[in-house]
Design a protein around this ligand. Sequence first.
Ligand SMILES: Nc1ncnc2c1ncn2[C@@H]1O[C@H](COP(=O)(O)OP(=O)(O)O)[C@@H](O)[C@H]1O
Ligand SMILES: [Mg+2]
Length: 244
Amino acid sequence: MLEGRDVCKNYGGLRAVAGVSFGVSSGEILGIVGPNGAGKTTLFDVITGHTRASSGDVLLDGRSIVDEKVHSRCSLGLARTFQQPTVATSLSVLENLYLAASFRRGRDGGSRPDDLVVAERYLEFVGLADRAELEAGPLSLFDKKRLMLATALATNPTVLLLDEPFGGLNPQEIGAVVSLIRKVRDEGLAVVCIEHVMRALTALADRVLVMHHGATLFEGTPQEMLTDKRVIEVYLGSTPREGT
Ligand SMILES: Nc1ncnc2c1ncn2[C@@H]1O[C@H](COP(=O)(O)OP(=O)(O)O)[C@@H](O)[C@H]1O
Ligand SMILES: [Mg+2]
């Protein structure tokens, strides 16, 4: 579904992403882990076109998309959420979704009532139906994160990229987001999820890619990751031990 081949991104002399290859299929969750500054968000920026790759290729359904603009990649089926909550603050929750639905893949000539149906479906899906009329700006972090997820889904993607969807949430909220992401995967989307919260990620991901200094340190199952010597070295002392 989505494939990266030897992706590199330099910012001046800094190799933010240094030759990363990956693949994720429909119905699969790929987790991306790594210390702050490892290049995780930059990798997403290259995939979505928020920044240009210095070299390497990104393919969606076997077709290279590195020369496409952000909105073209969206209409081809790529959607993402951001590390910082990113919503249209002065619009209502429903208006945010309605706007996203109007850009959805396959909309060709669809009607406005259809956009509203899609908007309401995803509002319901993430549990924000009772907040539809509220302005998005003052929402809590949990609500903003769910709104970002809903707007991404309303574009009808085949590949969903999530940048730290659990960051700043409490355990109960994390549980709710984990089950939403599982449902999305079960509907056949390919999901790539960047996350610092190791326990949430190991519970969620089918495969994990660990990044360090822009490069791939490890790729395998979450269970293999937890016992990998290189991964333990990189994280030793920098990650709080999860409840054992
Ligand atoms: N727009 C940018 N301009 C210059 N340097 C950047 C830019 N975005 C990220 N970087 C640098 O690239 C490296 C990787 O950052 P980032 O991808 O945000 O890491 P992560 O998401 O893994 O924490 C960091 O050293 C960061 O300072
Ligand atoms: Mg980041």
